[in-house]
Write a protein of this length. Structure first.
Length: 216
């Protein structure tokens, strides 16, 4: 019946549903505008995003300079018996305000020097000592054969190892907002028996910018 409570509730429910339908907002798919295409940059040149910290072109420049200098050392590259050299970041300390991965410097230095020295130096992979120790153990336990290389009495000991320090000095002008940073990177090769420093190199530069970038 038209006046019954059942029909009244039905009309109220239908009216609310109709009102909500009329107020609903129509949504459309979002179309993303095309972004800037990826471009490759020469790591040896200054990139479009740069600040006052140590960047790719600085790493390329400093390691190239250190390699050239090391190859002129009679102790490192002119000895009758090629010395065993360890180049890693274990004793390469970053005390600067620049955020960077030290391995990016020492890895490039080691790889490039290995290529350029042409046998005048022997490079010891001390960072792989644990891997080598495990393989030596399974060989000597008989779990594997000896491989094609003759078994060695022990892993190679090093004659010289890379050490060094990265430091910086920052300044900021409150008036202009300009930031300046003096960066200094010291490389040293140390005799692992006497602690004598047999070779040293320094790379330094000063950068100024209105705003620094965020390094990760």
């Amino acid at each position: 019946m038209a006046g019954s409570p059942h029909w009244s509730r039905w009309f109220v429910t239908a009216a609310i549903a109709l009102a909500l339908t009329g107020c609903a907002t129509t949504t459309y798919p979002v179309v993303n505008a095309p972004g800037t295409p990826t471009t490759y940059q020469d790591p040896g040149t200054r990139g479009p995003v740069s600040g006052i910290g140590i960047e790719a072109n600085d790493i390329v420049s400093m390691t190239d300079r250190m390699i050239r200098d090391m190859l002129t050392s009679s102790i490192l590259a002119g000895a009758g018996t090629p010395p065993r050299v360890i180049i890693d970041a274990e004793y390469f300390v970053n005390e600067s305000s620049s955020r960077l991965n030290k391995n990016s410097i020492t890895d490039r230095l080691r790889v490039s020097l290995t290529r350029s020295s042409q046998g005048r130096m022997v490079f010891v992979g001390r960072q792989y000592a644990d891997m080598v120790a495990k393989e030596r153990e399974v060989k000597r336990q008989g779990a594997t054969d000896a491989g094609t290389n003759p078994l060695a009495k022990a892993q190679l000991g090093g004659d010289f190892r890379l050490g060094g320090r990265i430091t910086s000095l920052d300044a900021r002008s409150p008036g202009t907002g300009q930031m300046s940073r003096y960066n200094q990177i010291i490389f040293e090769m140390v005799d692992l028996e006497t602690s004598q420093i047999v070779w040293s190199g320094i790379y330094e530069f000063l950068k100024t910018a209105q705003d620094d970038v965020i390094y990760r």
